[in-house]
Write a protein that binds this ligand. Structure first.
Ligand SMILES: *[C@@H]1O[C@H](CO)[C@@H](O)[C@H](O)[C@H]1NC(C)=O
Ligand SMILES: *[C@@H]1O[C@H](CO)[C@@H](O)[C@H](O)[C@H]1NC(C)=O
Ligand SMILES: *[C@@H]1O[C@H](CO)[C@@H](O)[C@H](O)[C@H]1NC(C)=O
Ligand SMILES: *[C@@H]1O[C@H](CO)[C@@H](O)[C@H](O)[C@H]1NC(C)=O
Ligand SMILES: *[C@@H]1O[C@H](CO)[C@@H](O)[C@H](O)[C@H]1NC(C)=O
Ligand SMILES: *[C@@H]1O[C@H](CO)[C@@H](O)[C@H](O)[C@H]1NC(C)=O
Ligand SMILES: *[C@@H]1O[C@H](CO)[C@@H](O)[C@H](O)[C@H]1NC(C)=O
Length: 516
């Protein structure tokens, strides 16, 4: 029995380290023990008294002496002293001091058997600076008799079994400094009241004052700085590049000059589409990927005018009609006034008129029809918004060749008489593919005079040759020219109203579809 215990002792030990290391360490410690003077008599008396004691069967084993040695230094002293009831029994054995042996410290700790029967002779456990990397060695708690426990300068981690430590009633010196334990509320435990903070320096157990100071520092200084920086960034974004913010966070249609700068590569020449008449037109790409036409008004205006411009932009933004180009937003900063509308790849009506697509009377009427619809919508719903109507400002949409009125005159106060006049010119141009020569003075008057001369008797002279007109539509073309001339009449009183124009164009358009 005893021998099997010994073998267990050895095999469990050899699980951790080769035996050669063992003989030089634990057993060496044990071997240096010398039995107290009354050792043999005590054992004999005990065995006589109680033969069932483990150490009594030494004869049946093959190497009784070594077993005796083991027991002498481990279990036997405990047993003996338990039995002897002699209060000085333990002290009569030489003490094992487990310290100053960095190489063997881990062995002692990992050797469960040793600790389980922690020799009562062990009174001091000093495992300072031993690179121990485990959790708190709870087996140490079996050595209830120890007076010193110094585990400082290791890398012990995890939590310390605060409650169980109170089993170490004899402990007078405790040092857990310089480890990596988890923070514990050890101040609540009565056991730890016996020790002061110098037992737990940098152990992780106590809240780290320095680290707390750092935290306070971070909270008081760094955090506000970060918040201020964030606010600055956000403020900058709001002011300069609101298109980087979420849609809900920004005033959706008011664009900043930085946004337009980015959309047009800082108004580069490659992006410039046309220039002149106080308006530079750029083709830009907004951050959400939409292509946009950006009309930049180069004229410097007063603060009052800028305010009006903004009001008008807000109004124009609300326009929703299939024959009006869609306004995406505007910019009204000190150094940049611009209106941003949807980009259409389609050509303008002026170029379209010279193409073969414009050879049908019906198709031309359809464009006029769309323009009239757009104009009437503006006139009825948004009388305050004026527009620049001519064949170059009306675009054709990419997909269905729907005309789009694209230039809204802002801050220009056109009267409806002017608008009707311009529509008249537009209509005549749609029929004749001729327009007033802008370089000449009085060009519009001359142009109208020219048409009047040939109308209605020599209409063929003025009608665009490309347009194939049958006999029966000629009457309608004449009607249309008459309407155009009426609109361009010098006296506003003789001009038809938008309602009348609308009705006439509708009837022209309908008659043209009947012929088809
Ligand atoms: C000791 O040996 C005797 C007989 O050999 C046996 O009866 C007894 O149980 C043994 N005691 C122990 C503690 O093993
Ligand atoms: C152990 O055996 C030896 C002889 O082999 C004997 O002298 C001694 O008394 C024995 N010890 C015990 C405790 O029985
Ligand atoms: C204990 O065993 C070792 C070998 O393991 C041996 O050298 C030694 O003599 C033994 N001790 C006694 C007292 O028999
Ligand atoms: C000593 O006796 C106590 C109870 O009296 C017991 O719990 C303890 O295990 C004994 N120690 C040894 C080493 O046998
Ligand atoms: C721990 O031991 C190493 C060498 O083993 C030594 O360099 C170091 O100074 C020791 N640290 C302390 C705090 O004793
Ligand atoms: C802490 O206790 C140790 C003894 O355990 C003592 O030497 C030291 O002076 C104490 N320190 C304080 C600050 O009380
Ligand atoms: C624990 O160890 C550290 C480091 O060696 C030392 O500064 C401290 O005074 C010790 N504490 C006690 C209570 O001995």
């Amino acid at each position: 029995m005893a021998s099997s215990l010994f073998i267990f002792f050895l095999t469990s030990l050899s699980n951790f380290l080769p035996l050669s290391v063992l003989s030089a360490t634990v057993l060496e410690d044990l071997a240096t023990l010398t039995p107290p003077p009354d050792f043999t008599t005590t054992i004999t008396t005990n065995c006589l008294h109680n033969p069932l004691l483990r150490y009594c069967n030494n004869t049946s084993s093959s190497s009784p002496m070594n077993i005796t040695e083991i027991f002498r230094s481990t279990i036997v002293p405990g047993h003996l002293c338990n039995e002897s009831k002699n209060p000085n029994c333990i002290d009569s054995f030489p003490k094992i001091r487990i310290h100053g042996r960095p190489k063997t410290a881990a062995l002692y700790l990992s050797f469960n058997f040793f600790w389980k029967y922690c020799p009562l002779t062990v009174v001091e456990i000093q495992l300072v600076n031993n690179s121990l990397k485990s959790e708190f060695p709870t087996n140490v708690l079996s050595c209830a008799q120890i007076r010193t426990l110094d585990l400082s300068y290791n890398q012990l981690s995890g939590s310390v079994p605060v409650q169980s430590l109170s089993r170490l009633t004899s402990l007078t010196h405790l040092n857990l400094s310089y480890n990596r334990f988890l923070e514990e509320k050890i101040s609540d435990s009565e056991f730890f009241n016996r020790f002061n903070a110098s037992s737990f320096i940098h152990s992780g157990l106590l809240p780290d004052v320095k680290r707390n100071k750092m935290r306070v520092l971070v909270l008081l200084i760094v955090f506000p700085i970060v918040v201020i920086l964030l606010c600055c960034c956000l403020g900058w974004l709001c002011l300069k590049r609101p298109d980087y913010l979420r849609r809900t966070c920004r005033r959706s249609h008011k664009l900043t000059s930085a946004m337009l700068d980015a959309a047009t590569d800082e108004f580069s020449d490659q992006r410039l589409v046309s220039k002149g008449n106080g308006v530079d037109i750029y083709r830009g790409t907004l951050r959400d990927g939409r292509e946009a036409k950006i009309e930049v008004y180069t004229e410097k205006v007063s603060k009052e005018k800028r305010r009006e411009f903004e009001e008008e932009c807000e109004a124009v933004l609300k326009l929703r009609h299939k024959n009006l180009v869609k306004v995406l937003g505007w910019c009204n900063s000190r150094n940049l006034r611009a209106l941003v509308t949807e980009w259409t790849n389609g050509e303008n009506v002026e170029t379209w008129l010279s193409s073969s697509l414009a050879s049908s009377w019906r198709r031309r009427l359809r464009v006029v029809m769309g323009v009239v619809e757009g104009v009437c919508y503006l006139w009825e719903q948004w009388p305050e918004i004026t527009f620049d109507l001519n064949t170059s400002s009306v675009l054709l949409s990419d997909d269905d060749q729907e005309p789009l009125i694209s230039q809204f005159k802002i801050g220009d106060g056109n009267s409806s008489s002017t608008n009707i006049f311009n529509f008249g010119l537009f209509l005549l141009e749609m029929i004749t593919n001729l327009k007033p020569n802008e370089e000449q003075e009085d060009s519009a008057t001359r142009y109208l005079e020219y048409i009047r001369v040939h109308c209605p008797d020599n209409v063929e002279r003025v009608v665009d040759e490309k347009m194939k007109i049958e006999e029966r539509t000629l009457e309608k073309v004449k009607e249309a020219i008459a309407l155009g001339l009426m609109c361009t009449d010098g006296s506003p009183l003789k001009q038809p109203s938008f309602t009348q124009i609308y009705d006439m164009v509708v009837s022209l358009y309908e008659s043209s579809s009947r012929h088809h």
